[in-house]
Design a protein around this ligand. Structure first.
Ligand SMILES: Cc1cc2nc3c(=O)[nH]c(=O)nc-3n(C[C@H](O)[C@H](O)[C@H](O)COP(=O)(O)OP(=O)(O)OC[C@H]3O[C@@H](n4cnc5c(N)ncnc54)[C@H](O)[C@@H]3O)c2cc1C
Length: 290
């Protein structure tokens, strides 16, 4: 993995403590919350609160955030951005409620039929995913953001998680463990519930057949490739059209951008099409829960 200036990256990204948490909330309320409804899906923009590490360490409570957003208004009087933000705080409460009533969610599939899922074991693939060397630009950008800053935006969290459990067909435990080790906001309730949700085995989970396509996700939520260019500088010179799927770029475009696939940036670790079909077949092989 490339050397990281941990101290510099963390100091630049975070101001730990109650004052830092309050400043983060104030800045979010004054400049971003109105854009949150759509902006929350854009890892290339600065429209989320980044309060999660502060909440994780108790430097600010969900209650404080909730009432700072509401002020003296009622829930029916707020705009869609603030309303959506409050509902995300609600998802956090939901995860905590799940963990309280079902402490085994940290390790056991909530939907027991997934106990029979034919997960693969592939240490080399897991290492490439952890290091951000899968050859899928948005997956790699996200995994490197995590490694460098201790944070990953929610949209790419869903993309990298889907890629691990569906395209690579590796057990969600592997992803949850890596997030647990590397996220500053690593939280037993949110992490466990979210991994189970993406894997399809959780409460109210994303259906298993909902497999995120990292190329389409990248084009939709990082249309100019700003996020990818920030964390995957090897690809920075590629035009927008090819930034999310360099393997589809003509050789002269790759050459002009200084990209040599398999040399200074990996070939895709899997074919999106065949890995999707493999995952769907594995899912269909599960017999109904007994
Ligand atoms: C695979 C996966 C693993 C995750 N692991 C964690 C984890 O370990 N710790 C963690 O705090 N969150 C986790 N999340 C949920 C979510 O990604 C983060 O809470 C969010 O990205 C934190 O950034 P933020 O503070 O800028 O969020 P904002 O969008 O600003 O949301 C504000 C707050 O609402 C809560 N929240 C937002 N989205 C969710 C969500 N989907 N589920 C539950 N609570 C939410 C968080 O407390 C967050 O700080 C995970 C999501 C996925 C898909």
């Amino acid at each position: 993995m490339p050397d990281v200036n941990w101290y510099g990256e963390i100091a630049e990204t975070w101001a730990p403590g109650e004052d830092g948490a309050r400043a983060r909330l104030d800045s979010f309320l004054s400049s971003a919350i109105e854009h949150y409804e759509d902006g929350r899906n854009r890892p290339d923009r600065n429209y989320v609160s980044r309060l999660s590490p502060h909440m994780r360490f108790g430097e600010i409570s969900p209650n404080q955030a909730w009432y700072a957003v509401l002020g003296d208004r009622s829930v029916d009087q707020i705009a869609s951005g603030p309303d959506r933000f409050l509902s995300e705080l609600g998802w956090r409460e939901f995860s905590y409620n799940l963990l309280y009533h079902e402490p085994s969610i940290t390790s056991r599939n909530l939907q027991r039929k997934f106990d029979r899922f034919p997960w693969r074991s592939d240490d080399a693939a897991l290492t490439r995913w952890q290091r951000g060397e899968t050859g899928m630009p948005i997956v790699d950008a996200a995994m490197r953001e995590l490694w460098r800053t201790g944070y990953m935006h929610n949209r790419p969290r869903m993309i990298v998680a889907s890629f691990l459990v569906k395209n690579l067909m590796l057990h969600w435990h592997n992803g949850a463990a890596w997030f647990w080790d590397t996220l500053l906001d690593a939280d037993l309730a949110n992490n466990s519930a979210s991994w189970q949700w993406v894997a399809g085995c959780g409460a109210d989970a994303a259906p298993y057949f909902r497999i995120f396509n990292p190329v389409l996700q990248g084009k939709k939520f990082d249309p100019e490739g700003i996020y990818v260019r920030r964390y995957v500088p090897e690809l920075a010179q590629l035009p927008n059209k090819h930034i999310h799927s360099p393997w589809e770029a003509p050789p002269e475009v790759l050459h002009a951008a200084g990209v040599s696939l398999g040399d200074n940036y990996p070939q895709p670790i899997v074919s999106l099409k065949s890995s999707r079909q493999r995952a769907l077949a594995a899912f269909k092989s599960l017999s109904p829960a007994r």
